[in-house]
Write a protein that binds this ligand. Structure first.
Ligand code: SF4
Length: 506
């Protein structure tokens, strides 16, 4: 039998060494992606290259194997691997159990399984939905922490099997994770199973013990800083202290220098002119990367005019200035459409747009805030009476190949144990780990199965229209042919907007 090998250059020698042990009398030939169409008796795929096989590349082979960390696994042996994974879990050998789980994930992907045998390796678990800030672009601006709670150890207990097999835990949901009094106990549990920790934070809460945890257990931290000056920062992030946050960042620079730190700013009319200054500030406090995000407007807040799409020249000018400042100081900058920005845009070209943008008041008056609260009350009452949760989705005409990472390797659960489709689609709920049969049962609930089935059939589910992660090219296991249909609102969003507009009498 002739075996084709599809591998990375740097793993070729070790893979051929493993082949000579597993198939000592077979001839093996290393091939590139294009040659996979030849098909044949057997194919061995390097684990690192599995995400590239989004189409039916392996269907022309009688047998398919995966190479991972010195061992060759047969795709046909998936059931036996489930048993082997369980043995390693029983022995408390989390690292080997996670390796086998990762191979099972490759198998789920290559076989286009709608019921996954593998558990996610990136697990986002909401620590709290309470926030100590009221940022003007966030739902906490009007929700005032109503119904805020902390994740309990009892709820977490229902996810222990998934935590044993994940590699990274993200502490975030819709609140500030560092205020949870249970957080250190929960981090101890995650780390006890070999997880690394990541989090987004406003960095307003930091004590000596937490600094130790960050230095020891964290892989990266993303810190939200929406202004480079005290005035702008504190008007956007109501309740926060600029000096406190900058002081905490300096402490982390000194005591946890090796942890990757990312600063993020939501670009809005109110802070766009401070983008280059923010890069300088980031550099001075030891930040590795600055990410500028687009604002997601809210009908309740009524901040459509703050979105920088309305002020494209201003956005372009300050994005270029931020990129230049990053290049000068050695700070990596992430900004939308960086490659297509006009790097020679001048201030003269934006003056007129800038003065129109600045002629509209930046901040809500007290009367406007009262009006926002009136609208929020109407919306909350409506949501309370009409459950908005969705437990299925349908296919669109937008073509794709592969599957979203959030249905294969990543999972979002809120502090009650509700698993959602992904971190940006919380309203699509698969079920609850405490009441619906445990983690694996919810991970394979009808919503998840249906969504995987739609992806693997070559079309995008309706819930995924306008997905920012697709636009940003952040999904490793999915390719989407972006066309005008992609930018349509889903039926649910259309209905929500119409009802909201009708209720508000606009
Ligand atoms: S494609 Fe986007 S919206 Fe759809 S599941 Fe993935 S991350 Fe969520």
């Amino acid at each position: 039998m002739s075996i084709l090998i599809y591998c990375q250059e740097n793993s070729r020698d070790e893979l051929f060494a493993a082949m000579s042990v597993r198939f000592p009398s077979e001839k093996a030939e290393s091939v590139g992606y294009e040659e996979l169409s030849r098909g044949g008796a057997a194919l061995v795929v390097d684990h690192e290259l599995v995400p590239k096989l989004k189409k039916d590349e392996t269907s022309h082979f009688e047998s398919v194997y995966i190479y991972f960390k010195g061992r060759i696994y047969a795709v046909a042996d998936a059931d036996a691997l489930v048993g082997e994974r369980a043995e390693y879990i029983n022995r408390g050998d989390w690292e080997t159990a996670k390796d086998i789980n990762e191979v099972l994930c490759d198998i789920d992907f290559l076989c286009k399984n709608t019921v996954n045998r593998s558990y996610p390796d990136f697990f986002q678990i909401e620590s709290t939905n309470y926030c100590n800030s009221r940022c003007i672009m966030c739902e906490h601006y009007h929700s005032h922490n109503k119904k805020a709670e902390l994740l309990s150890m009892e709820t977490l207990e229902h996810m222990r099997d998934a935590i044993q097999l994940s590699r990274r835990i993200n502490l975030n949901g819709i609140g500030e994770p560092f205020i949870s009094k249970y957080l250190k106990q929960q981090i101890d549990m995650y780390v006890g199973y070999g997880n690394r920790i990541v989090a987004n934070t406003n960095m307003s809460v930091l004590d000596d013990e937490l600094i130790e945890y960050i230095g020891r257990d964290f892989e990266w931290l993303a810190i939200s800083v929406d202004g480079a000056t005290k005035e702008t920062y504190e008007r956007i992030r109501i309740g926060m202290s600029f000096e406190k946050v900058i002081g905490n960042l300096r402490l982390l620079k000194e005591r946890a220098p090796h942890v990757k730190k990312i600063m993020s700013m939501v670009m809005m009319r109110q802070n766009v002119c401070e983008m280059p200054q923010l890069v300088e500030l980031a550099h001075s406090v030891g930040i590795d990367q600055v990410v500028f995000l687009n604002l997601n407007p809210s009908l309740i807040i009524g901040n459509m005019q703050d979105v920088m799409l309305n002020w494209p020249k201003v956005a372009e000018y300050y994005s270029v200035k931020a990129l230049e400042k990053g290049e000068e100081l050695g700070v990596r900058i992430v900004v939308a459409n960086a490659a297509s920005l006009n790097r020679s845009i001048t201030f003269g070209e934006i003056e007129e747009e800038l003065s129109r943008m600045q002629s509209i008041p930046f901040w809500k008056s007290e009367e406007e805030e009262r009006e926002m609260m009136r609208i929020a009350k109407i919306a909350e009452d409506y949501i309370a009476e009409n459950s908005q949760e969705q437990n299925t989705t349908v296919a669109t005409k937008v073509k794709c190949s592969g599957v979203c990472d959030w249905l294969l390797k990543s999972c979002y659960t809120n502090l009650h144990g509700d698993i959602s489709l992904c971190c940006r689609n919380l309203i699509y709920r698969a079920g609850n780990v405490c009441s619906d049969g445990g983690f694996l049962s919810v991970w394979n609930a009808p919503l998840m199965q249906k969504s995987r089935e739609i992806f693997y059939s070559g079309y995008l589910p309706e819930a995924c229209l306008k997905c920012g992660m697709i636009e940003g090219g952040e999904l490793k296991y999915l390719d989407v042919e972006i066309q005008p249909d992609f930018y349509q609102d889903s039926e649910l969003k259309r209905q929500q907007k119409q009802k909201m507009i009708a209720m508000l009498g606009e």
